[in-house]
Design a protein around this ligand. Sequence first.
Ligand SMILES: Cc1ncc(COP(=O)(O)O)c(C=O)c1O
Length: 479
Amino acid sequence: MARRATSLPLGIAFAPPQRAKTRWVVDALRIAIREGRLSPGSQMPSTRDLAEQWAISRGLVSAAYEELSAEGLLEARRGSGTYVSDRNGPKAVRAAEPIDDPDSGALPDWIRVDPERPFISRETDVARFPVGLWKRLANRVLSGADFDFFYDPDPSGHHALRQQVARYLGFARGIACAADDILITTGTRHSLDLCLRALAAPGDAVWLESPGYAGAEALVRSLGLKAVPVPVDRQGLRVDHAAAVAPDAKLCLVTPSHQSPLGVRLGVERREAMLDWACRADSYIVEDDYDGEFAFEAVRFPAFKAMDSADRIIHAGSFNKSLFPTLRVGYIVVPRSLRARLRAARAETGRGNSAFDQHILTHFMADGHFAHHIRRMERVYRDKSLAAQRAIQDAYGGPLPMLGTQGGFHFFLGLPAELNRPVFRDACRRAGLTLQTAALAASDESDRPLQGLVIGYSSLTLDTIDRAGARLGQLMRAA
Ligand SMILES: Cc1ncc(COP(=O)(O)O)c(C=O)c1O
């Protein structure tokens, strides 16, 4: 029986036909050793294996190994094969030499996630995730893997997962949909990218909330689309303003349940006005439900998509937010008229999801763990939100305006008008508090904009929330 080759195929640097075979075999190996591609101490392929790979005789390979051993570049070890010598230290070029990059210090903020940084941390609390259970499910998936597991060509994503997602959305978010309406993605950023690519062309206008999700704006600009910033007031995105400025926009990206970052909920009249506009302009709305799973109120507000009888809304959700950020699984609920276009866009831009993750998640949902986790984390996030509200106001010595405390990963804290902003900002910096400022727009002429801070609490420990909240309240009182 032929022995199993255990080494990687060895690439040939060059094989000019006019050269004597013995010479190019020796030279190719020598160069590979000197360049460090064959690293010191690594095992060479067996003479039989290399002869087969390079379609030369075994004798030629043996002769080359002997010559390079005589030079001290290789060494034969009795009974275990031939190795690249580490004694003579070939002049290897280090493979991962850092490239001189003048911008290397300037990583975009979203790469540097620090889950314990008050108060910009709007991350999932991964410490509460049932990692042991996830590992057991991973084992179960692998031990039961059949042919389909290794060859599942559905560009919409794993069918059983889409069924679970549809069931969850019908139950918890009021969206009547079936597996065929769902497209699995790697998360909301991927979902937005697909929608923008498939439904808008360079130069087209897209409504974006201002302030809003910076990742969405970056995508819009990178695709050559025109970002139309729309102010957000207590009722959410100002549809009247957007419809006046850019009535022919192709898309509107919106966070209706819990606006990012102001926390307000899109009012019912605004929802109706936005749907009206979408029907009239033949445009679509993308609902980013990024932390909408976590509601602290007894009466749950359904997703915007639940009232979409005209089929104009693409609802986007993300397990990266509800479970853990490195999972990279999300989904969209797609209007019927867009199914084929979005499915094609997903297939054309790389399918994007591993079958392994999708199967584990399917079990996690089907066995009830997802529902259990959401309910549990809802209590955890609600307690953190209440702790932050309490710590800040107790130290400040009175009530402060707050928006978006109905759920999610953060709320918006209005700053008192009399606060000395430069003094406050410097004091916060010295105290190690990293704060994101934002402003709520005035609703009408009789109203005033509200300047404030985004208080992200979800991944902080209660201890950090108490300490940092008390410090923030003191600094607000002092400034
Ligand atoms: C409002 C909002 N939407 C979407 C995302 C991205 O979600 P995902 O990680 O699923 O791409 C973020 C990321 O933080 C976000 O803040």
